[in-house]
Ligand binder design. Structure first.
Ligand code: XMP
Length: 330
């Protein structure tokens, strides 16, 4: 719409005025908000922008490479892109840790350490970008003038520890659907703009109990199959009916339970993990219902996971509403 192109144009102008020839640093997660913010900055100030993308080894299958394709040197945008492959570091820190909040804390703190190290290499920057959107501002109990100052402590969890002068939050007046519109307006691929939410701690909270590289691989492969089949079924439905199916989940993913059970494969007894499939319909993610994905789609997913993912011999579908359940498993 005209309002969105003028918003984008106006924001780009404002950023140019504010930044001048300063250096800008951005933590890029590959999520919608930080991606749209990064592209806006790139359009405004090009290679005065540096984006740091931390691959914590808890991303979905191929996600690190997908982010690099868009934002890396072979992608369409002008910026400095730094990918930090911190997988092994994270797995080492997480070894033996089973308590969900302890896992979250380690993952969050390690992110800060990694980002801090990269920021030190870059040296003093003038501005730090945050992909804060309006609901984040409201949720953190802010709003009004003081928000700009407080938000870098509360929202997004960054940074007293990075040497910068000022924060830039180009999306802080936008709701999520407006962020997506701005993204489309700037030509960001739909796949990225309509990405489903993915938690900061990533697969770390979709592996119940201890996280290991081996378990990450299992959940990545199962999750990729699940999303592929759900997307395919939804697309077919849409082609036939001209609209998305009512069951189309707002969030859907596979998780690895910490349970092993006996199964049989050929003539062999197996003793392997159970994967749980989660899919919810929700408006605000505060309450949710299990999505009524057609049974034959779930059966196909089950059969592919068991046949294609080594270490899994059982698949569950989670029927739990929120409340009393949560969307994630930890
Ligand atoms: P729950 O599990 O609380 O999830 O019903 C509600 C929504 O929040 C996301 N979520 C998180 N996002 N860090 C995040 O950035 C987290 O620690 C976290 N925990 C849950 C979840 O994916 C869902 O969209």
């Amino acid at each position: 719409t005209w309002r969105m192109d003028s918003f984008v144009e106006h924001s780009i102008e404002e950023i140019r005025k504010k930044v001048g020839n300063g250096k800008v640093l951005c933590a890029l997660s590959g999520g919608v908000d930080s991606s749209v913010a990064a592209v806006m900055l790139s359009k405004a100030i090009g290679s005065q922008l540096t984006c740091v993308f931390v691959d914590h080894g808890l991303l979905r299958k191929d996600e690190g490479d997908e982010v690099e394709e868009v934002f890396g040197p072979n992608g369409p945008y002008e910026l400095n892109f730094i990918r930090v492959n911190a997988q092994e570091r994270y797995y080492t820190k997480l070894a033996g840790v089973t308590e969900p909040e302890a896992k979250r804390k380690i993952i969050g703190e390690e992110f800060i350490r990694v980002f801090e190290e990269e920021a030190k290499k870059i040296g003093a920057v003038d501005f730090l970008v945050q992909g804060t959107i309006y609901p984040d501002v409201v949720e953190s109990g802010l709003g009004g003038e003081s928000a700009v100052i407080k938000s870098h402590h509360n929202v997004g969890g960054l940074p007293d520890y990075v040497d910068f002068k000022e924060i830039i939050e180009p999306l802080r007046n936008l709701f999520k659907d407006e962020v997506r519109k701005a993204g489309l307006e700037m030509g960001i691929p739909e796949k990225l703009v309509f990405r489903q939410p993915f938690p900061g701690p990533g697969l770390g909270i979709r592996i119940i109990g201890e996280v290991t590289g081996e378990k990450v691989k299992i959940v990545q492969d199962a999750d990729a199959i699940y999303r592929e089949e759900v997307d395919k079924a939804a697309k077919e439905y849409e082609q036939q009916n001209g609209e998305a199916p009512a069951w189309m989940p707002n969030q859907y993913f596979a998780a690895l339970t910490n349970m092993r059970s006996v199964g049989v494969m050929g003539d062999e007894r197996t003793y392997d993990y159970a994967v749980a499939l989660r899919a919810v319909n929700t408006i605000d993610f505060m309450t949710a219902e299990a999505a009524q994905i057609p049974f034959e789609v779930l059966q196909k997913v089950m059969s592919r996971i068991i046949n294609e993912v080594k270490g899994v011999n059982r698949v569950f579908y989670d029927l739990t509403s929120k409340p009393p359940g949560t969307i994630e498993f930890e």
